[in-house]
Design a protein around this ligand. Structure first.
Ligand SMILES: [Zn+2]
Length: 174
């Protein structure tokens, strides 16, 4: 796809724990890695900003089953499962956003309390393109926050075997 200098590609949570064999695996989670690598190369070639978020939980995080949360333990800070998928070719200047680091609450969105909105505004970003894991949880929350912050927001997803970029508004997720 064509990127512009005032675009940001946001790669959400492509971490080992969300890929096959991980603590909270998503079926086919690893399949998006080559697609994301291609997107990142295209974005880098156009001078677009590349952001990658990661779930980055302390031990005993509020979202874990042991504390009454809905998820098994996953993406614990500095653990293997919290690492980015080994096939992901992140450019060295990618902006890494850690979320979910607050012991007492979950943060599904890459924009929630991370300073990302201000950082993108500071860089003059107008449009964001979001791709990652998981579509209905962290990708969704990130896209809704991006749209609320006033960025033209697009989400890439697969439909009938084809990848499409769609404008993401609250309506889109219904
Ligand atoms: Zn999490």
């Amino acid at each position: 796809m064509r990127f512009h200098r005032d675009d940001a590609l946001i790669v959400v949570d492509v971490q080992r724990d969300f890929c096959p064999g991980g603590a909270l695996e998503i079926a086919g989670g690893g399949d998006i890695v080559p697609i994301i690598n291609r997107l990142m190369a295209e974005a880098a070639a156009s001078g677009a900003c590349i952001v990658t978020s990661r779930d980055w939980h302390p031990k005993d995080h509020a979202s874990f089953n042991a504390r009454g949360g809905v998820w098994p333990e996953h993406c614990i800070q500095e653990s293997n499962g919290a690492k980015f998928h080994e096939g992901l070719r992140l450019p060295p200047d990618a902006l890494v956003i850690s979320k979910g680091a607050d012991l007492h609450k979950d943060q599904y969105s890459a924009f929630d309390g991370t300073g990302l909105t201000d950082e993108l505004r500071r860089r003059g970003i107008r449009r964001v393109i979001i791709r990652g894991l998981a579509l209905d949880v962290c990708v969704r929350a990130s896209a809704l926050d991006a749209a609320r912050a006033g960025f033209e927001t697009r989400v890439m997803r697969r439909r009938r075997g084809r990848y499409r970029i769609k404008t993401a508004s609250a309506q889109y997720w219904k």
